[in-house]
Ligand binder design. Structure first.
Ligand code: AMP
Length: 437
């Protein structure tokens, strides 16, 4: 019995049309990353499992694709790039000039329940800026985040900014010990109905007053100029005061970058990763596809020292490619992929001389940067023309014994059916002229 070969749940096969669209998206993002002077790195797809476990207590750790290799090493596929980049930095770049500005475009693996925009293997394009604790570094990264989406043609999106220091402060204000638990709960606010959210807060142990405070916190959501003054009212402690001042500076810089219009403040954002220490942010696009955040990031000032490095502040983000692409497609922003050749050559008959001339011509065209192909299945003229027609090829070149004796071939315009005798030596420039016109 034949073995049934199935694709693993949560993974995808990407076909030529999709690959063409993806490459276009990657290029748009890469362009902006490079303009901001970030440099590309790539780390191994798998690492020692302990690397990811060092960030204990996270959802991502529970979702690891972990296994033992034949040498008995405990290894895991990377669930994101930040840990690997941090390892690389600690291993070899601690003494490099700061800041270190790296980017990556790579696949990640998480054992999650697949759903709209959620896969077990997915790609992220992201950056990490290591070695600056300044608000300028946060602004640089967030501006780049905004510009990356803009460069794909997307306009209708927001980058929502929250803050871990303020959430910690908030937990303290409420007298909550399990601050991580509270953050996780607050992070789920949009996934629950208001009633369910309130009853979850009650189950968590909050009093009426506490619940009201949480509701005012998550109500701080909107244009920075409106939201930040509300934050000043809600928070009283000194730590919070300084952090809010930092947010004002951040927003002011984002204004100078020219991206403030896309920025909202949303103090109810925590983002899943426990390693974030200050500003966190995520990109949202209103859509009917059931797709949540199309990217996210934040500042993580402790991770490098958790990995045994000298304390090094850092900030970064990751854009989710499997979410961005369907949104761009839905908005009609992806270019039509061109998967047909510009010219198709058909040798007529089985004459070796005709074949040699065909191959010679197809090669010359390709060297001249023309997308050219030829009849590799030996179909007869009529069938070969039908095939070229199905592919949607604009020009076909027919090479026959009789024409060759006079050193000529026939170039056919597939749209009009018009045919022209062209000298073999002039075919390349003739075709290039046609394609230019
Ligand atoms: P995270 O690394 O969890 O901060 O996620 C950053 C971005 O990656 C998210 O905003 C999503 O766009 C994307 N992402 C995260 N998990 C998945 C997944 N399982 N499938 C597809 N995209 C994902």
């Amino acid at each position: 019995m034949a073995v049934k070969l199935e694709r693993i749940k949560g993974t995808r096969d990407l076909l030529p049309e999709e690959m063409a669209a993806r490459r276009w998206v990657f290029e748009r993002i890469r362009e902006v990353f490079e303009r901001y002077n970030f440099h590309e790195v790539l780390t191994p797809t798998f690492e020692y499992t302990t690397l990811f476990q060092l960030r204990s207590g996270e959802e991502v750790v529970e979702q690891l694709y972990a296994f033992e290799d034949k040498g008995g090493r405990k290894v895991s596929l990377r669930p994101d790039m930040t840990s690997s980049v941090a390892r690389l930095y600690v291993n070899s770049f601690q003494n490099a000039p700061k800041p270190v500005k790296w980017y990556y475009i790579a696949n990640m693996f998480r054992y999650e329940e697949p759903q709209s925009g959620r896969y077990r293997e997915f790609w992220q394009a992201g950056v990490e800026l290591l070695g600056s604790d300044r608000v300028e570094a946060d602004a640089e990264v967030i501006a780049l985040f905004v510009e990356s989406y803009l460069n794909t043609g997307l306009r209708d999106f927001t980058v929502n900014i929250g803050d871990r220091v303020l959430l910690d402060e908030f937990a303290r204000m409420l007298g909550v010990k399990d601050d991580v638990g509270l953050m996780r709960l607050i992070d789920k606010k949009d996934k629950l109905s208001r009633e369910d959210f309130i009853s979850a807060l009650r189950d968590f142990g909050l009093t009426r007053e506490g619940i009201d405070k949480v509701l005012s916190l998550i109500g701080i959501r909107g244009k920075p100029d409106e939201a930040l003054p509300k934050a000043e009212e809600l928070f009283t402690g000194r730590g919070a005061e300084e952090e809010i001042k930092r947010l004002y500076e951040l927003v002011d810089l984002l204004d100078a970058y020219g991206v403030k219009d896309h920025v909202l403040v949303d103090l109810g954002i925590a983002r899943g990763f426990d390693y974030y220490t200050s500003v966190v942010f995520e990109a949202m696009v209103p859509n009917d596809l059931g797709i949540g955040s199309v990217g996210g990031g934040g500042r993580y000032d402790n991770l490098i020292s958790v990995f045994g490095g000298k304390p090094t502040p850092a900030t970064g983000f990751a854009i989710g490619i499997e979410r961005l692409i369907p949104i761009l497609e839905w908005k009609g922003l992806l270019p039509e992929p061109k998967l047909r050749p510009d010219v198709y050559l058909i040798p007529i008959g089985d004459d070796p001389e005709v074949k040699r001339t065909t191959v010679g011509l197809v090669s010359s065209l390709r060297r001249a940067d023309v997308r050219a192909d030829y009849e590799l299945k030996g179909r007869k003229l009529r069938k070969a023309l039908e095939h070229a027609g199905r592919l949607g090829v604009p020009y076909v070149i027919l090479i026959g014994r009789r024409d060759l004796t006079s050193g000529r071939v026939v170039v056919r315009d597939m749209e009009t059916g018009e045919q022209k005798d062209v000298e073999v030596g002039a075919v390349v420039s003739f075709v290039r002229e046609l394609l230019r016109g």
